[in-house]
Design a protein around this ligand. Structure first.
Ligand code: SAH
Length: 476
């Protein structure tokens, strides 16, 4: 962040602008929304500026700016659209102690003006540090459309009620009250006028004061494979409402960003075979926060019900009679199979699919190898990297065809996704050569569909398709 966003109080302060053309007009339209005192220096101002001066909306001085003209000014805009004149006026303003913006000149500006969504007193400022003005405008248009026009009046009325609302205990109770006001009671009352909104606020407060404190609750949420677009809308909502988020190692940053800013974020990262927070410790944390009345989100990768040690946590929560629910997520097998353009089941090939784990608490996990070794079988193997050689050995021992396709998808759905296409025979060597360090899902019995493989080969290097042995013309 080269530019730190703040909201500057300009009430009653001087804002000076030099210039009288298009650039000046655009800035002035914005500045006139503020409670600042605007002074414009322009030898030949546009007619609009003249009219605004006559209406008393700004002070117009019909000459070029001189040293001392920006004394005590909070902000100065150089808007002459002339590099030499802008440099001259900017130097004066800087010497006078004002913060300087040279229009369309990021390099010589001390501050920049964001794109603004104005629902005064609710103001949203969007900045891209000059990198993508188009993006800022698109975001602004999107927000303009989404935010109700009444948001401003609702916020203004709400602000006057803040003192009264302090009758509610600080924290969750008060937050619940305001959420209900802004998203339910307020919007439905505003069409009938301000009095009606005031009455709605009184009723709502009365209701919340007599309400029993909301008890703690635990949502076991599947965070999906990593791409925030693969999060369910319900997962987004509960994340947005959480007081405490306890998350696993595989949860990606863009998903954590979706949590409420005030939420307590706890990293319960568990690394296979490595150092980790003990399961009991995690259980205790969940229980302690929920008993405290918090809305807890226990965020797990993929789907919480797949190799997620979910039952141990549910048992712990149940033992304390804490309410809980499960929010399903997209398991990594679903995300990974989509990336290779295949189905998990297919008529005539396999009428069942197995989700296996490569290892469990006792080490490498045993399975019904002879059933899996039959032609056409498909298995999604989780945590299968370290156990690849063991799985290969067991399957071949039980008669599996050495040429059975095997595909390993690392970091499925993430920007650093990689796909390794190989066979049962070559699996351990191919894995070693690919040096995968991210989470990887192994499909036994599936190769990328040819069309998907071709697309992946063409795609950028971050999505490189690895084959083993790597054909010379495709060496990466
Ligand atoms: N509950 C999770 C699985 C947790 S076990 C789910 O439903 O997906 C952790 C294993 O999941 C990892 O070792 C890896 O095999 C797999 N995994 C998780 N995220 C993945 C991803 N983005 N790409 C590939 N595999 C992933």
């Amino acid at each position: 962040m080269d530019h730190f966003p703040i909201f500057l109080r300009v009430h009653g302060r001087r804002i000076v602008l030099s210039g009288g053309g298009e650039a000046a007009l655009a800035k002035l339209r914005l500045l006139m929304k503020t409670a600042g005192h605007i002074t414009v220096f322009a030898k030949t101002p546009a007619a609009e500026i003249d009219a605004w001066a006559e209406d008393g909306k700004l002070t117009l001085v019909r000459r070029a700016m001189q040293p001392g003209d920006t004394l005590c000014a909070a902000l100065f805009y150089a808007a002459d659209e002339d590099a030499t004149e802008d440099a001259r006026t900017a130097a004066i303003a800087r010497a006078d102690g004002a913060l300087v913006n040279v229009v369309d000149n990021l390099h010589d500006s001390q501050f920049i003006t964001p794109a603004i969504v104005d629902r005064d007193p609710v103001t949203i400022a969007i900045g891209t540090e000059g990198a993508a003005p188009v993006l800022a405008r698109a975001l602004k248009a999107d927000l303009e459309e989404r935010l109700p026009a009444a948001l401003g009046p609702l916020a203004r009325i709400g602000k006057r009620f803040r003192k009264a609302a302090e009758a509610l205990p600080f924290g969750r109770a008060r937050r619940d009250f305001w959420r209900e006001y802004y998203f339910k009671a307020g919007p439905s009352a505003i069409t009938a006028g301000e009095d009606q909104v005031n009455r709605a606020l009184d009723t709502l407060l009365e209701d919340h004061l007599t309400r029993k404190a909301r008890p703690g609750h635990v949502h076991f949420v599947g965070g999906g494979p990593g791409d925030p677009d693969l999060l369910t809308m319900k997962a987004r909502r509960v994340l947005d409402e959480a007081d405490v988020v306890i998350y696993d190692r595989l949860i990606s940053n863009p998903i954590l960003e979706l949590a409420r800013r005030e939420a307590i974020m706890i990293d319960a990262g568990k690394e296979g075979f490595g150092p980790s927070m003990q399961q009991e410790e995690i259980n205790d944390l969940i229980v302690a926060h929920a008993k405290d009345g918090a809305q807890v989100v226990r965020l797990k990768s993929g789907d919480a019900t797949v190799f997620g040690r979910l039952d141990e946590e549910i048992d712990a929560v149940d033992a304390h009679e804490i309410a809980w629910s499960i929010v399903p997520g997209i398991t990594s097998a679903s995300a990974a199979v989509a990336e290779i353009g295949q189905s998990l089941t297919k008529r005539g090939r396999n009428s069942s699919v197995r989700f296996l784990t490569g290892h469990d608490t006792r080490g490498f996990a045993d399975h019904d190898w002879s059933a899996l070794a039959r032609p056409g079988e498909v298995a999604a193997i989780y945590m299968g990297k370290k156990s690849a050689r063991f799985i290969q050995g067991r399957l071949i021992m039980h008669g599996a065809d050495r040429h059975t396709p095997v595909t390993v998808i690392e970091n499925a759905s993430r920007p650093d996704q990689r796909i390794l296409e190989t066979t049962l025979d070559a699996l351990p060597q191919a894995l070693a050569a690919a040096e995968m360090s991210g989470p990887a899902l192994t499909f036994y019995g599936l190769a990328p569909r040819e069309a998907a493989a071709a697309r992946l080969r063409r795609a950028d290097t971050e999505h490189a398709l690895y084959t083993y042995p790597i054909p010379a013309q495709e060496a990466l």
